[in-house]
Design a protein. Structure first.
Ligand code: PHE
Length: 470
């Protein structure tokens, strides 16, 4: 390995011990509630196959190029998301770049705070349902529907599980990269994939598989709206953990430029694979039980548990499913917190444990607003395209604000930075060792300079009604 590959590694920051550990942490960040809770229900709401196709297109055309961009910026910039962007734009002598990257950096850190605050509340619901499935918590009379409603409406319950989940997340991140994040994710991810495969085998016996595959993979374009396209694009960012520096931050703990292209592709493949697998399993259960696909956010908390209940070995399956959901959520929450923690540690020299604890409390506090479902905000009609219509709870406001606006916008800024505002050497460092690396580098540069930013901006502008499609 040449010295060049090892530029700017600061051993005091910590690093991943093994490539496998890095992959599990990064794939763990990507695979989360987005894959198992959100992907199935939005696919259900937007009608299945055509939505899935647009989502896959977004992953390939925008997600993959941005994945590499974030990892290489982190690796070469050798710092938290704010610092890494600044280091590289300064090095290239671009003052516009330095200014732009500061905006991107600040927005990334804010996205991390916002997302984790509501993410932890939803993850807490999974903890509650694990307790109910295992018989440790009493279900409300009438099954999962009333149980979910009671949980959703009870600030005390939602806040309790949110608190528990935040504490665990803080403890892991306090342990550092190698000793905390890598260690935990290397156990969670294989466990998660194992559970999912077992569930796939299970639904192979209980039926519904054919209908499920047809729903997910046979596109019917009449249901496809602009709304669905925006949702698919936003979800591609959310599910790959892009647009807010999670991959920049993890990339900064890599010791070499080598393998970054391959790793980026691997992470995206694992993430997409898990989403499709989870969707296949969930819709198989839904269709075998004669239920509707478009149940909305309650799909995995209302429709599924009732159906599990009537299936052979249902208790075990329900427990397995909620463990799966919690594993997925935890490894993502860890990465969300790490983005913000590394910002305080690298930028302001704050001690890691103090940063994790302090931020944990701040995010927990913000999350209490999402745990309180009776607190709603009237959305001005000018913003309803992005934030939803009418009165919205904090959880929805933050979910829509981050997924539909902040992550895509952050993605555009990161793409522009990677494409135009850093040196060619930094930009192409990950392609150097590949056979035909120059060709790949050219194709990637084209995508990240022109295609990704233009496409994302276009969708945002259409959505904001600056551009009308007639
Ligand atoms: N990718 C995670 C999921 O699919 C969410 C996430 C977004 C995590 C952004 C980190 C950063 O659930």
């Amino acid at each position: 390995m040449s010295d060049q590959e090892n530029t700017e590694v600061d051993p005091s920051r910590g690093s991943f011990g093994t490539r496998f550990g890095f992959l599990m942490a990064a794939a763990g960040s990507a695979v989360g509630l987005g894959n198992i809770w959100k992907f199935p229900y939005i696919t259900g709401e937007y009608g299945g196959g055509a939505f899935v196709l647009v989502y896959l297109g977004c992953i390939v055309i925008v997600g993959l190029p941005l994945m590499y961009a974030e990892l290489i910026i982190g690796r070469r910039g050798g710092s938290d998301v704010f610092g890494a962007l600044r280091n590289l734009t300064k090095k290239s002598g671009s003052s516009a770049g330095a200014a732009l990257s500061s905006v991107a950096g600040v927005m990334a850190v804010l996205s991390g705070l916002f997302i984790l605050s509501f993410y932890s509340v939803v993850a807490g619901w999974a903890v509650h349902f694990l307790g109910v499935s295992a018989g440790a918590i009493e279900a409300a009379p009438g099954g999962a529907g009333p149980t979910f409603t009671a949980l959703f409406k009870s600030f005390e319950w939602s806040a309790t599980w949110h608190t528990v989940f935040m504490i665990v997340t803080v403890v892991v991140v306090s342990g550092g990269i190698n000793g905390g994040i890598e260690k935990i994710c290397s156990r969670l991810m294989p466990g998660l994939i194992g559970i999912l495969l077992l569930m796939l085998v299970y639904v192979g016996f209980t039926g519904g598989l054919g209908d499920s595959l047809k729903f997910l993979f046979a596109p019917s374009f009449d249901k496809l709206s602009m709304e669905a396209v925006v949702e698919a694009l936003g979800h591609a960012f959310f599910t790959l953990s892009l647009g807010m520096g999670a991959m920049v931050t993890y990339g900064s703990y890599l010791k070499s430029d080598r393998g970054i292209v391959r790793d980026g592709v691997t992470i995206a493949l694992i993430d997409t694979g898990v989403a499709l697998l989870a969707g296949t399993v969930i819709f198989a259960v839904v269709f075998a039980g004669g239920k509707e696909a478009g149940a909305g956010p309650g799909l995995v908390f209302v429709t599924l548990p009732d159906l599990f209940d009537s299936m052979p070995g249902g208790t075990i399956i329900a427990i397995a499913f909620f463990v799966l959901l919690i594993f997925a959520a935890l490894s993502s929450a860890i990465s969300l917190l790490e983005v913000v923690v590394s910002f305080l540690v690298d930028r302001f020299g704050v001690n890691r444990k103090a940063a994790a604890a302090g931020l944990g409390v701040a995010i927990w506090g913000l999350g209490l607003l999402s745990a309180n479902s009776s607190l709603t905000f009237g959305i001005p009609s000018a913003l309803s395209g992005f934030l939803g219509e009418g009165d919205k709870a904090m959880l929805d406001v933050l979910d829509n604000l981050t997924t539909r606006v902040m992550l895509p916008l952050g993605g555009v800024l990161i793409a522009v930075t990677a494409g135009w505002l850093i040196t060619k050497e930094d930009r192409e460092a990950g392609f150097e060792h590949l056979d035909g690396g120059q060709t790949y580098a050219k194709a990637w540069t084209f995508l990240i300079r022109f295609v990704a930013p233009v496409l994302v901006l276009f969708v945002l502008l259409v959505k904001a009604e600056f551009i009308s499609l007639g």
